[in-house]
Design a protein around this ligand. Structure first.
Ligand SMILES: *[C@@H]1O[C@H](CO)[C@@H](O)[C@H](O)[C@H]1NC(C)=O
Ligand SMILES: *[C@@H]1O[C@H](CO)[C@@H](O)[C@H](O)[C@H]1NC(C)=O
Ligand SMILES: *[C@@H]1O[C@H](CO)[C@@H](O)[C@H](O)[C@H]1NC(C)=O
Ligand SMILES: *[C@@H]1O[C@H](CO)[C@@H](O)[C@H](O)[C@H]1NC(C)=O
Ligand SMILES: *[C@@H]1O[C@H](CO)[C@@H](O)[C@H](O)[C@H]1NC(C)=O
Ligand SMILES: *[C@@H]1O[C@H](CO)[C@@H](O)[C@H](O)[C@H]1NC(C)=O
Length: 393
């Protein structure tokens, strides 16, 4: 094959493979005390060019203020409403009457998650209801209520937590969903998502996996380029250079076991706490967020999913220490579990960012990023091909 056509082929490949665009957003709980009013939050997020917001514990006021903005909303139904949605479609309809119907479509609602990490929340509380019998019926009822109201553009899903549903994160190709959740909930769920054009939602914190595995270098979790920061999946022959991609591909591999790897994946929460103990040196939270934003903008996707994750939401806008106490019954929509009382907010209450991170200018960075990536791939392949020829000649 003459080099020219190889070059052209590569360019064409890249034109399709290197254009992943992940919508980047933040999670925002308008019910936290002592934070600015939703109007102020919405206007600040707009000025920062944030594209999407994941509303935990949504309130009518918070849904309303995003009308006529270019910010789309992912709404999470509080976990304590799941059992009533499951047995009573009117309960689902009532919720839509309060939070969706008055504002749609002036407020762009991209998706509704029925609960967040419902399985773990139910296991750690004295909830009488069993999510294996309530979650899918609740989603189905909400879906049917939306149809009854003539709304076809808002898909329904539910959110899982990576560490609570995956068997392993390494090697990603070995990953499966844990039993019995896999057969009782995830298998029928993926069927539902497939039939309704919805997405698989997962809270994915490299921080948790790093904390649980002392052999993982922190730089690998923080997107730091370093010759030693990699792991090879010997089954797929893929080299992973950051923990985020490895975890996303573990999810993709587990979905592939069920034949559903083409369902889009949304990372509903990811982030790094501000003040974890023994992290006095360097600001890990800032490093993680910078690395994440740059990685998502690069358009590279992950080794197993060219288009990457469809959306990713940074957890979270404001500090929320007390609600993270899992024995707090009101904290049901708060899905962060484990590792104590930390601050996860990326903003001070006066609406200034704690970190030097930029959501704006993403278009220019995106294009430059893609260009660089394309050139790197091209150079790599142009170098590799002659070597390959030598070996096969
Ligand atoms: C929203 O996006 C459209 C096109 O993408 C643009 O024309 C419009 O000015 C944006 N509006 C706001 C409020 O940013
Ligand atoms: C169903 O939900 C509606 C709205 O919350 C409520 O008024 C009604 O009593 C519920 N019905 C049953 C049987 O629980
Ligand atoms: C899902 O999307 C496909 C292609 O966009 C469309 O043909 C199909 O009707 C959609 N299905 C539903 C249930 O919305
Ligand atoms: C969590 O909340 C419960 C009840 O509100 C309280 O008794 C407990 O001390 C709290 N735990 C922490 C770690 O704050
Ligand atoms: C929990 O919710 C109830 C009713 O919504 C409220 O009265 C109570 O103050 C809340 N408790 C906490 C600790 O937020
Ligand atoms: C906002 O609050 C932070 C923390 O209290 C403070 O360091 C910063 O100077 C404040 N910024 C403005 C503009 O008030």
């Amino acid at each position: 094959m003459p080099p020219f056509s190889l070059y052209t082929t590569l360019l064409l490949l890249c034109a399709t493979a290197c254009t992943a665009t992940t919508t980047v957003g933040v999670t925002y709980n308008p019910s936290i005390p002592n934070i600015p009013p939703p109007e102020k939050v919405a206007s600040t997020l707009q000025s920062l060019h944030i594209q999407a917001v994941h509303l935990l514990d949504p309130t009518p006021a918070a849904v309303r203020v995003f009308a006529y903005t270019n910010i789309s909303l992912l709404l999470s139904v509080p976990n304590d409403l799941v059992p009533s949605f499951a047995v009573n479609r009117s309960a689902a309809t009532l919720w839509l009457y309060s939070l969706v119907l008055p504002y749609h479509p002036r407020t762009r609602i991209s998706l509704i998650s029925v609960g967040s990490d419902v399985i773990t929340a139910a296991a750690s509380s004295d909830a009488a209801s069993d999510p294996t019998t309530t979650l899918i019926p609740a989603m189905n009822n909400l879906h049917l209520s939306l149809r009854d109201l003539g709304i076809r553009s808002i898909p329904v899903s539910t959110t899982f937590s990576f560490i609570n549903v995956m068997t392993t994160s390494f090697p990603p190709s070995f990953a499966e969903f844990q039993e019995p959740v896999n057969s009782l909930i995830i298998t029928p769920l993926l069927q539902f998502l497939d039939e309704t054009n919805s997405s698989f939602l997962i809270n994915l914190f490299p921080y948790d996996v790093y904390r649980m595995n002392s052999e993982i270098p922190v730089g690998y979790a923080l997107f730091q380029e370093n010759p030693f920061n990699f792991r090879d999946d010997t089954v797929t022959g893929v080299r992973y250079r950051n923990l985020f991609d490895m975890m996303v591909d573990a999810v993709i591999a587990a979905m592939a076991v069920l034949g559903k790897e083409n369902i889009p994946v949304i990372v509903t929460e990811t982030g790094w706490p501000n003040e974890a103990e023994s992290e006095a040196i360097g600001n890990y939270a800032e490093m993680y967020l910078k690395g994440l934003l740059m990685h998502l903008r690069s358009g590279m996707g992950t080794p197993l999913k060219n288009e990457g994750v469809a959306e990713a939401y940074i957890y979270q806008l404001f500090d929320e220490i007390d609600l993270k106490n899992s024995s707090n019954k009101n904290g049901t929509s708060i899905s962060r579990s484990g590792f104590g009382r930390q601050r996860w907010g990326i903003m001070h209450p006066n609406m200034t960012l704690k970190y030097r991170i930029a959501f704006s200018g993403s278009q220019r960075i995106l294009r430059n990023g893609n260009y660089l990536v394309q050139m790197q791939m091209l150079l790599a392949l142009l170098v590799l091909v002659p070597i390959h020829r030598i070996f096969t000649a």
